[in-house]
Design a protein around this ligand. Structure first.
Ligand code: CO8
Length: 258
């Protein structure tokens, strides 16, 4: 069905694998379009409780496709950038947890893609960076904004202005990734996290994601109010009744799929 990505669902987990290893999984318009399509399907698929996004081969994603960008006019570049933003925003906002299993290079648009995910688990071999300024551009798939929000303004400026490539250990130290794994255990580690999240109440997971994402960009007073409203949605759910009953009856809860 897709030419540039692999997509499958196993035991309520969707696996999306970017599959252009010869070009280090670089994001061209075709890859972006296929990612957009896959995540649009995931958004409303009741069988999907968590997503693992990874890359085939040596790279997670080594950035936007430089060969393609080289040919584009400013207007065409803008259109590609808008498409990139659409993909990142979709991943960031769908009401399902998305885990980036960063297997190798996550550079430029690849680092930006990982940052649009909810949780990043990196192989010890992974490398991160925003090399755009060396190409005469700046991050254009949300990197100037998401990197600053994840690691702070100073570190984001350091990484973007120096274009330094950092190892997984440094990415972990600065809070760009949440976990590090041995390369051969990366997918198993991501599955462990995905299954843990999938075992919780889906409505609570969706509500928590919405509350954190939206509240983060609000002032504290508005964010508190927003938490009250989102909490109320979870509190009124069948899963709340089931989760609390299961605790009191000393049994495992049986949550409903979304
Ligand atoms: N785009 C296109 N092709 C790429 C890319 C890329 N980003 N990265 C690697 N490739 C290709 C190489 O050209 C090479 O192709 P070929 O075999 O035909 O020569 C193949 O992949 C293998 O790459 P290397 O031989 O270079 O492999 P190495 O192991 O020596 O190096 C690196 C791996 C370090 C990942 C190296 O390939 C590299 O530095 N890649 C470029 C990284 C980069 O600069 N990324 C940022 C791109 S800019 C960006 O992402 C902007 C996002 C916003 C865009 C807005 C839209 C307009």
């Amino acid at each position: 069905m897709y030419e540039n990505i692999k997509y499958e669902i196993k035991e309520n987990i969707a696996y999306v694998t970017i599959n252009r290893p010869k070009a280090m999984n670089a994001l061209n318009m075709d890859v972006l379009t296929e990612l957009y399509d896959a995540f649009t399907k995931i958004e409303t698929d009741k069988d999907v409780l968590a997503v693992i996004l990874t890359g085939e081969g040596k790279a997670f994603v080594a950035g936007a496709d430089i060969a393609q960008m080289h040919q584009l006019t400013a207007l065409e570049g803008r259109q590609m950038m808008i498409m990139g933003h659409k993909v990142m925003n979709l991943i960031e906002n769908i009401e399902k947890p998305v885990i980036a299993a960063v297997n190798g290079f996550a550079l430029g648009g690849g680092c930006e893609l990982a940052m649009a995910c909810d949780i990043r688990i990196a192989s010890e071999k992974a490398k991160f960076g925003q090399p755009e300024v060396g190409l005469g551009i700046i991050p254009g798939f949300g990197g100037t904004q998401r990197l600053a929000r994840l690691v702070g303004k100073g570190m984001a400026k350091y990484l973007i202005m120096t274009a330094e490539m950092i190892p997984a250990s440094e990415a972990y130290r600065i809070g760009l990734v949440e976990k590090i794994s041995a390369p051969e255990e990366l997918i198993a580690e991501a599955e462990k996290v995905a299954k843990t999240i999938a075992s919780k109440a889906p409505i609570a997971i969706a509500t928590a994601k919405t509350a954190i994402n939206n509240g983060y960009d609000m002032d504290m007073k508005s964010a508190s109010k927003f938490e009250i409203e989102t909490f109320t949605a979870a509190f009124g759910s069948e899963d709340k009744t089931e989760g609390m009953a299961a605790f009191l009856e000393k049994r495992a809860p049986e949550f409903k799929n979304k």
